[in-house]
Design a protein around this ligand. Structure first.
Ligand SMILES: Nc1ncnc2c1ncn2[C@@H]1O[C@H](COP(=O)(O)OP(=O)(O)OP(=O)(O)O)[C@@H](O)[C@H]1O
Ligand SMILES: [Mg+2]
Length: 445
């Protein structure tokens, strides 16, 4: 459906709505800025037409705010020829408009322009996260923190020594472990993930080390354990602090001697598996509390890596949200969701993310199921809707959007300033200034 909002602030072009309806547009009409704002929130317009006579400099900011607060809309101006004598209006046209026309309107040309604007808006809706950013180790993100993580992962893939991955719950520790395995010489071997906290203490010994036939009641056949099944590949021990103390001793022996004993066997079996361990609690604290063997801690902590919390890489939130939206959309057959509303992005950016990336994924998944709109709202994401007067100020939203656009573009063009500036439509000097303002300059190192 082609939706257009006409904001007529100058009574400049009577009959335009009727003409647009004849051309197959769903046309809405506002004669002042508050009404325009309300329509934009409701109408899911792809295109806006701004009809202006003379624009006083004092009103420029309000009009600019309206246009910038609707980034999903392509705006086309219709002005009197005299209006363009004003430097203020020329600046507005350069900053915020897809194109402009002067009166009297040539309807054929205007129809063509609106068609182009519509197609451009559709193109932007379909814009997807660049595959290089996604495919870089399966980790989405272009923040300095994730770039540093990728660099650490690259280094440890060259080694065979144990890796200890720290980081809060849901940050992507398992993803990092998989990336290490995939990047290593063992990539063609198995990757065996074991959640030490999820296996009952009575079973964990036989699960990890396997058992021989007859070793306990009901053991009618011998069975390979998880460690053995990782032979030739990588053994990922998640939530390692949940491993009972007596098994910590067995694991230490395996790390030192590279051999294991199945339960009920005296025969030692050689196993060639690289060990990666992870924990969301500080292992050193578990050692201090007497819950974890100190010698095992040192054996595991040869190559420590910490996966940053989502809070520390907020710049990645829009890209991750977009990525998860694409994943969830793929298995949804209802009316397609096009993206996130401006308010939704603002609410994602102001959240504290205690559950990190997993929480973000869950919220997007929920929103895709729950929403009835083309653009996901804060409410769909499970955020309580605030009184608009206490919501994020437009300036705040704009600053965040600016920061994200720059951060995303830099990631996409591999930090090439010339390319990024060209893509953003600004000069290199302006880009340097904005990077400085948003604390993105360190991304260049
Ligand atoms: N950078 C990322 N890009 C894309 N998806 C990610 C990223 N980081 C994490 N995820 C996704 O978030 C979810 C949680 O990641 P993962 O299971 O690796 O976290 P974890 O740190 O092991 O969590 P826990 O401590 O709860 O075990 C997974 O669905 C994972 O695919
Ligand atoms: Mg995990």
């Amino acid at each position: 459906m082609k939706n257009v909002v006409c904001v007529n602030l100058g009574d400049a072009c009577a009959g335009i709505e009727d003409h647009l309806r004849e051309q197959g547009w769903n046309a809405w009409h506002a004669t002042d800025l508050p009404e325009a704002q309300r329509l934009l929130a409701q109408a899911s317009a792809q295109v806006g037409v701004l009809l202006l006579g003379h624009l006083a400099a004092s009103r420029l900011t309000a009009v600019q705010q309206l246009l910038r607060s609707s980034p999903e809309v392509e705006w086309v101006g219709v002005f009197t020829p005299q209006a363009l004598d004003s430097a203020v209006l020329r600046q507005l046209a350069l900053d915020c408009l897809f194109d402009y026309h002067t009166l009297p309107v040539d309807w054929r040309v205007l129809d063509l322009t609106l068609g182009h604007a519509f197609r451009r808006s559709r193109l932007r809706e379909r814009q997807e996260v660049s595959p290089e950013v996604i495919n870089s180790m399966g980790m989405v993100g272009s923040s300095a923190a994730i770039a540093q993580l990728r660099q650490q992962i690259r280094k440890v893939t060259q080694s065979e020594a144990p890796v200890l991955i720290g980081g809060e719950s849901g940050t992507g520790k398992e993803l990092a472990a998989r990336a290490i395995h995939q990047g290593s010489a063992r990539a063609s071997g198995p990757f065996v993930a074991v959640n030490c906290g999820a296996i009952s203490p009575s079973l964990i010994h036989t699960e990890l080390f396997g058992h021989e036939r007859g070793s306990f009641t009901g053991a009618t056949a011998g069975k390979q354990g998880l460690i053995e099944s990782a032979n030739g590949g990588t053994l990922f021990l998640d939530e390692i602090t949940d491993l009972p103390l007596e098994l910590q001793t067995n694991l230490l022996r395996f790390l030192q001697e590279r051999t294991i004993h199945r339960v009920g066997s005296t025969r030692s079996l050689e196993v060639n598996a690289r060990v990666i361990a992870a924990s969301h609690v500080e292992l050193s604290q578990a050692v201090a509390a007497g819950r974890f063997r100190e010698d095992l801690f040192y054996r595991l902590n040869v190559l420590p890596i910490t996966v940053p919390s989502l809070r520390e890489r907020l710049a990645d939130v829009p890209m991750l949200a977009q990525h998860f939206l694409q994943c969830c959309r793929a298995d949804r057959h209802r009316r397609p969701v096009q993206g996130f509303s401006r308010q939704a992005i603002a609410s994602l950016m102001s959240h504290d993310w205690p559950g990190n990336v997993r929480e973000l994924f869950n919220r997007v998944q929920r929103a895709v199921v729950m929403t009835d709109q083309r653009f996901i709202t804060p409410c769909d994401l499970g955020f309580s809707v605030k009184d608009p007067s206490t919501g994020p100020a437009l300036d705040e939203v704009r600053t965040l959007a600016e920061r994200n656009a720059i951060s995303l573009t830099l990631g996409r063009v591999d930090r090439n300033i010339t390319h990024a500036a060209r893509e953003l439509g600004i000069s290199r000097m302006t880009l340097y200034r904005l990077m400085d303002k948003h604390g993105l300059a360190h991304q260049m190192q």
